[in-house]
Design a protein around this ligand. Structure first.
Ligand code: 0L1
Ligand code: MG
Length: 262
């Protein structure tokens, strides 16, 4: 690690204050270009610790930048992971308040819920499918705290991978009779189709994103417990939204989920 404990705590407090106050900031590597991956995840962990200390519950995990479309959109090559806090969750058909957000975008995702623990190294698509209770459609709202979404990957990881809000809905569908690679994904904004894709856009198979996450956590000595909700990553590029927008996501065989921005 290149940063000391005080600096990590200060950067975590700064990023979380930006999140809670809906204020943007410059990417933190401008001030700390020497920051490494361990520093970036230590800042994310400190943000998580602060939330738990204030009484928030951690309700899930997310894999990010898992599709080639997203990697190209962001100019990066490696997937990343973050956490979901309880107050990020919006009920199916519910509303996100733009006053609490900076410049949100939405992503169509396949959410997994596990029924057995997953611990890397060595997790693969088969291990993940065997440990999956069901999958559901999910809309993730990302809201980078960095001005104009201008960042590098370490700054993004420190900022909990732009996590902000999410909604899950549709049908809780077991995976044994599904081919997640060929599931069609259609996202609409105000009734117009804005994104089209298939599950295979996520690392060739959405379960590969969950395996990657389990292996990355395993390298840190952590596992994914049974009963964990995990967002596997955007199937398409993220789409910008504004107050008044209605978003609907339909995923073949999994049903649909919707939300709006007020
Ligand atoms: O959910 C994600 O794919 C993470 C995105 C992190 C970068 C961004 O803000 O687009
Ligand atoms: Mg995402």
């Amino acid at each position: 690690m290149k940063l000391d404990k005080n600096t990590i705590e200060r950067l975590a407090a700064h990023l979380e204050t930006c999140e809670l106050g809906a204020r943007d900031t410059l990417k933190i590597t401008d001030e700390y270009p020497q920051m490494d991956w361990d520093d970036a995840y230590a800042i994310q962990d400190e943000i998580k610790r602060r939330k738990i200390a204030r009484g928030a519950r951690i309700v899930g995990l997310k894999a990010g930048l898992t599709s080639h479309a997203k990697m190209k959109q962001m100019g990066v090559e490696t997937p990343v992971f973050g956490f979901l806090a309880d107050y990020f969750a919006i009920p199916e058909g519910g509303e996100a308040n733009m006053a609490e957000l900076i410049h949100p975008k939405v992503e169509p995702e396949i959410a997994f819920v596990t029924k057995a623990p997953l611990k890397g190294p060595g997790c693969h698509i088969g291990t993940v499918l065997a440990a999956t209770d069901f999958v559901m459609p999910a809309i993730e709202v990302i809201d980078s705290r960095y001005r104009d979404f201008k960042f590098d990957l370490k700054s993004v990881v420190a900022d909990n991978c732009s996590s902000s809000r999410f909604v899950v809905g549709g049908r809780m569908t077991p995976v044994d009779k599904l081919d997640l690679r060929t599931l069609g994904v259609v996202m609409e904004k105000n009734g117009q189709v804005v994104s089209l894709g298939a599950g295979a856009a996520v690392l060739g198979h959405p379960a590969a994103a969950i395996a990657m996450l389990a292996n990355q956590l395993g390298a840190r000595g952590e596992e994914i417990p049974a009963g964990t909700l995990i967002l596997s990553g955007g199937v398409t590029e993220a789409v910008a939204v504004a107050a008044g927008d209605n978003i609907t996501l339909r995923i073949q065989d999994l049903g649909s989920v919707g939300m709006r921005f007020a």
